[in-house]
Design a protein around this ligand. Sequence first.
Ligand code: BGC
Length: 916
Amino acid sequence: MTDCLKNCESTVINECVPVDLMCEYATDPLGIDIAKPRFSWKTVCNRRGMKQTSYQILVAKSLEMLEQDIGEMWDSGKVESGISIGVVYGGKPLENRKCYWWKVRIWDEEGNVSCYSKAAKFETAFLDASEWKAQWIACLITKPGSCMFRREFRIDREITQARAYITGLGYYELRINGNKVGDHVLDPGWTDYTKRVLYSTYDVTNNLKIGMNAIGVILGNGWHCFSETEERSKCIPQMLLQLHINYADGEEEIIVSDRRSGWYASSDSPIVQNSIYNGETYDARLEKTGWDMAGFDMNGKDQGSWDLPLIVEGPGGELRAQALEPIKVISDIKPIRVTNPAPGIYVYDMGQNFAGWAKIRVKGDRGTVVTMKFAEVLYEDGTVNRENLRTARQLDTYILKGEGVEVYEPRFTYHGFRYVQLEGFPGEPDINTITGRVVRSSVEPIGSFSCSNTLVNQIHRNVVWTESNNLHSVPTDCPQRDERLGWLNDMTVRAEEAVFNFNLARLYSKWMDDITDAQGEKTGAITDVAPFIRYGGRPADPVASSYLIFPWLMYLHYGDIKVIETHYENMKKWVSYMSGLAGEDYIINYSRIGDWAPPFAQAIEGSVGASAISAITPGALISTGYYYYNAVLMAKFAKVLGRAEEAVEYEELADKIKEAMNNTFFDRDTNNYGPGNQASNVFPLYLGIVPEENKQAVLDNLINDIVKNDTHITTGNLCTKYIIEVLTEMGRVDVAYALVTQTTYPSWGYMISKGATTIWERWEYVTGGKLIEMASHNHPMYGSVGAWFYKYLAGINVNEEGPGFSKFTIKPYMPDGLDFAEGSVKTMLGVVLSRWKRNDKALNMEVAVPCNSTAKICVPVPGDAKGKFIIKEGGRSLWQEGKFTGNAAGVAKAIEEDGYICFETGSGEYHFECIW
Ligand code: BGC
């Protein structure tokens, strides 16, 4: 046993070992509230073709038990299954607030059993909401600034463990004995608080000490009180806290937020104003030094007024443990230059447009007011241009206390910016005065891509930045103006790029809940934005199909079935709502968004979104197309869930919509859909509804239109994704590549030629004028092209038959002019890698297939070599004179397909060489 464990910790030759154990997509999660959590693991193995055939999981209450191979909570026994993602806990009921240890061993395809993995753990929070004894508390006087709470308590003996469970609306910061607890910022994640409120769990064992202790909590307005003009009574900042202290003698003490037990509240905080959109004002002169420490004198001079807190009803939503990754400060950015465009005005160029805030170091007289204005672009005179922020002020103000070097960064706001304009600074600031703080949901980046074209690399980089700038517990549309909302429209096309670049399993599960929370209970209609706030209506425009696209992508990329199970009935309701909209002719005429924000010349001038509605693409074609897409996805979900009859019903529905679309929009004489513009022709091709015999002619029309437009797209946010992918799939990667690498307007290259470090909301470069109302420079929807880099240039493709990359295809497309590309994705099973390089004589392809996975690896056949080529793997012949010679280990068979020779392989690292 000991030897085996030792083996698991070292590299094992010829033995396969389960590693990287995850529970609910997290390593050793603290504070989950799921009664039957899911387990996943990867396998490492030094040989090819590893397949898991069985597993055994042990779950124990202690590490000691587990080390004796006893799973008293759950011993799954040997389960014959190849599944290593999302195995659902099947043991005794879990208890509240307990830590459990688990490990797994596996059997491979030859029946060899591995040793047990290293132990992993998970800890429950409140599985049962009645465990919450705390009360929601607020400040007696609600000022626009922030509310602070404090409570002292004594610890008189040794403690073994302490946990704090807390939530605070809009945002909270928890402090114990003078220090911030944990590294979450802008916590909790944003939800519709009347439906669900997320709480976090912190291990505070080491924050406490024997003797007197103090807890301090500061609240910010966040999304709860996002409007500073809104009546305060509607959005009282409030918090809920429960601290469990376990003593060495076995006793437990619980400290809860309430009005009786020594809590005090004050709204005399140094944060005198805070707003997500508008920024924060911090008056350091109002700091109450020591307020979060024991012994603070609440009656002391200038220590503010402290009263008993107010008990409030709470927002009403169900309390749920926050399962998604908290928002954190991810990294720091140093400015690349500072200019002084006018007396007393300093402008910092951070070199990158990003979401977060700035930290400032300043020394000066008490009462000096320093402001930081955040912006994405500059005026010609070098000062910040903030016209595109609409009403969002994005302004942080710091008022000095005058005590040496003061360091400030805000707590309850964030901005989208590249430039910071510093005003009122005492003396002359230098490049080190300001540091950029990148802030987002701390999801794991999992993708990498690069190729031999520097423009393509730059577009990829801009896409990744833009995506990451828009992950703040919901996938937002932008991080700067008075919006920052989870638009389902944008996600319809953006999501696939996102799942390649980040592990969004937890964030998307949470957002699916947000969408369901906003769904009309009776009608089933969903909303355009979730959480539902401000803009966007109900029913959503059918372009909000991300509701179904998400679960499908999560199934394909992360092997997640639960998200389909959980939301299946609600998705059904939404599709039946759409059926109501469509009526008997299966055409949905309801459209408010359509193929949004195409180049200005294609749009209706003066339409909503500052001329964002397409003047050409029929809204009904887009809406009905998405209705079809939804029916197809419902059929797939029904199949995954084993609901065969419903799958057939949805397939029949899809067929009827397809027929109706072709009857209504397709002209068989001209081979055009609708008016025959790019979007109208490409969407049906993407959906696969074009009659077989007309496909080529529709494609020809599409290409003619692209040529007519001098190799430019005329599409909006949705069809831009489709045009690039359809062209590639249909044999015209040359045209797709030309569009992607275009540098004149409208194109991604044009954005970059204007200095963009992120992707814009529209194709135009807008810094003023009539389009300024909708001119975000950090908007991920056109970043949808990011999926193309992975799927086509690197050629990494999921396979429906093998969710979670348990089966996948590598099929790179190699446009002329590109001689190298490489992409990799850290999947739930391990790293998938595809790297190719070619010259006039040979092509080299390296592929990594994780353990417990199989791949179809397609090596492109050189166009003019006509059978006169050979393919080797690791130096051994695999394909010669038109035949599979099959000499390499792990490569099962080969077939010729669409100009590729495709090999079926098991796990392992492969090096193919095609020589002609
Ligand atoms: C958002 C878009 C969104 C659109 C739909 C805009 O204000 O920023 O990304 O899709 O509205 O109407």
